[in-house]
Each structure stands twice: as C-alpha cells, then as structure tokens.
Design a protein around this ligand. Structure first.
Ligand code: TRP
Ligand code: SF4
Length: 328
C-alpha cells in the first residue's frame, strides 16, 4: 500500500495560539506520523489581503515556523517550505487562471462573505478573487491526495477539485483530485468568549510565559449569568469550561461540571485547576522555542531544505503540465 501524500498551508500570522494548536497543529502532528506530509507557509496568500502592509511578513514567517517546529513538526519527517520560494506555484496559478470561470470564483462563499464584511481594506482585487486558484496550484503541483483544513476552507477545496477536473478534462489526466480531510474546528474559546483569534486580542499564545497565562485566564470571561459565587452556572456556555474539556482529566471535568451547576465551586478555583495544565503542556514547547530563538539559522535551514525538496516535486510536475498544454 502506498502512503497518501498530504499537504496543508497556513498564512504567516506570526506567533500561534492555543486555537491553532488544538484546531490545526495536533492534526498535522498525527498526519505526520501516518502519511507523507508537506506543510508550507502561504506568504503569497497573506498578500491577497495584506497587500498594503507587507512589513511584518518576514518576522511572521519566522515566528510561525518556530512554533511549528517547537510543537513537533519534524522537518526530517515532513517537508516544511515557503510558498514564494517555489516560483512554479505562480506559473501553475497563471495557467489555471486561463481555465477557471470567473463566476465560479464569484460564487465562492468565503469570497462573498469577506467582500461584504471586511471594511478596512479594499478586497476588490484580481488577486483576492483568485485566492482559490492559487490555493489549487499549491495543492495539485504536489499531486496531494488529501488536504487537512478547517470547515471555513471547505468551499476552497471544492473549487480546487472543480478546477482540477476541468484541467484533466481539457488536457488529459495529469492531476489527482485532492480530497478534503475536515479537521474538527477547535472548540476552544478565547478569553472573551469569542473564537480565539489574534485580531480579537483574546488569545493565549504558545509562547506566553506562565505568569502571562495566569494573568490572561484569571480575569477570563465565564458564564455571564453567574454573577455571584452562590449563583448556579452553566458550564456548557463558559469559555473556561472549553479549556477544561481539552486539558482536564474526566474526573476534574465532572467535578467542575457538577460544582458549577450546584454553585459549589468558585470561578477562580475552577480556573486554577486548568492554568497549570496549560502551562505544563506548553513547557517543552517553550523550551524548544528558546533554543530556536537563539539560533535563527536553524529556521532558515529548515525552510531551505524543505524548499529544495518541494521544488524538485513542483518542477517535475510543471514539466508534465507544459507538455500537456503544448507549451513545449
Ligand atoms: N487558505 C488557507 C488558510 O487561510 C491557506 C492555504 C493556502 C492552504 N494554500 C493552501 C491550505 C493549500 C491548504 C492547502 O488557512
Ligand atoms: Fe465557568 Fe468554571 Fe465559573 Fe462554571 S465555575 S462559570 S465552568 S469558570
């Protein structure tokens, strides 16, 4: 049985938080031991929305790759690379743009939503509309069998399959259709009860030292109906409980659940159960990070090695693509 080839990417958003760890990276870690994996930094994709402020991009790439490696993404097992270093993605993107009908892109729910909701930047650009075309090139240039993504990315993957089918129909069977591995969205909430996100300022970062973690969690939002210690609470709507569900053993979860409903446990006490668990989990990650921060050459080296491996695959694919399109 041949192993599957799995590919996934992340836009370089800088330091990662617990939402990334439990929503994405834990999946990557599992897949890395089962399949052939390629993980890449989608820096060109970052420019589709941040084109007017590219200033932080190098720093963000570095911090994100440090986090990947610190949590256990192993560059010996997985190919870790940088999108913009593999120019073949751009060539394939151009060729795919020839065959992708504009209405397919305009119908994309993510596109429609962002165009409507994002007010602080102008997203009426050619590049932003073509986001899923570039994403398709990223995937099929490696002939990836499967792509782990969150539910928000599922429409993009659907488009990728459609574009791939169209390519194969027009020019012959060059690419496998990439399957979606839907990763369970992390149920973990931010300190204000909303989805954990850097832009909401409610995130606990993998690099937060113990005192910062404590300072973020102690004032964290709880069940708003539980104003006093004597009020009964509803753990299922409490963001602190979302942390317990990930970090606490079943007996503690039970104790917290019953204690909260019966007003037998205070919120601070409840938070104090989970704080050390988070700190302990991050300890080895942060130790690894310290080592990497001291020798930034390692990060450069990880990407350089990964780029080389990725480039070989991408170049071989492009030879076939050019042939299929009668460009050679
Ligand atoms: N669009 C993805 C995101 O925002 C990043 C991405 C770019 C990607 N190219 C990809 C993910 C290819 C998987 C496969 O998270
Ligand atoms: Fe939330 Fe725990 Fe307070 Fe209940 S006791 S409201 S679960 S913090």
């Amino acid at each position: 049985m041949s192993t599957k080839r799995v590919l996934s990417g992340m836009r370089p958003s800088g330091k990662l938080h617990l939402g990334h760890l439990h929503g994405v990276l834990k999946n990557w870690l599992r897949l890395q031991n089962e399949d052939e994996c390629l993980f890449f930094v989608a820096d060109w994709h970052a420019l589709t929305t941040e084109y007017n402020s590219p200033g932080d991009i190098q720093e963000n790439i570095k911090e994100m790759v440090i986090d990947w490696v610190s949590v256990g993404i192993d560059p010996e097992k997985s190919v870790v690379f940088l999108q913009s270093e593999i120019k073949e993605h751009a060539e394939l993107h151009l060729l795919l743009s020839m065959i992708t009908p504009v209405p397919w892109l305009e119908r994309n729910p993510t596109y429609k939503e962002q165009i409507k909701e994002v007010k602080d930047k102008d997203l009426h650009t050619y590049g932003f509309l073509g986001y899923p075309v570039l994403q398709t090139a990223d995937i099929i240039i490696y002939r990836a069998d499967a792509v782990p993504v969150g539910i928000d990315q599922a429409p993009h993957l659907e488009l990728s399959r459609e574009i791939t089918r169209r390519f194969n129909f027009l020019y012959g069977n060059v690419f496998p259709e990439p399957q979606t591995i839907l990763t369970d969205a992390s149920k973990l909430l931010g300190t204000d009860g909303r989805k954990m996100s850097k832009s909401y300022n409610n995130a606990i970062f993998l690099s937060d030292p113990p005192d910062v973690i404590e300072k973020k969690i102690l004032p964290m939002m709880t069940d708003p109906a539980r104003k006093r210690r004597t009020d009964a609470g509803s753990p299922e709507i409490c963001p602190v409980f979302s942390l317990h569900k990930i970090y606490s053993p079943p007996d503690v979860i039970k104790k917290v659940d019953e204690g909260c409903r019966g007003a037998n446990i205070g919120c601070i006490e409840c938070k104090r159960f989970v704080i050390p668990k988070i700190i302990d989990e991050l300890k080895p990650v942060q130790e690894k990070r310290k080592g990497l921060e001291k020798s930034p050459a390692i990060v450069k080296d990880v990407l350089a090695k990964g780029n080389e491996k990725a480039r070989k695959i991408a170049q071989a694919t492009m030879k076939e693509v050019r042939k299929a399109l009668k460009l050679v």
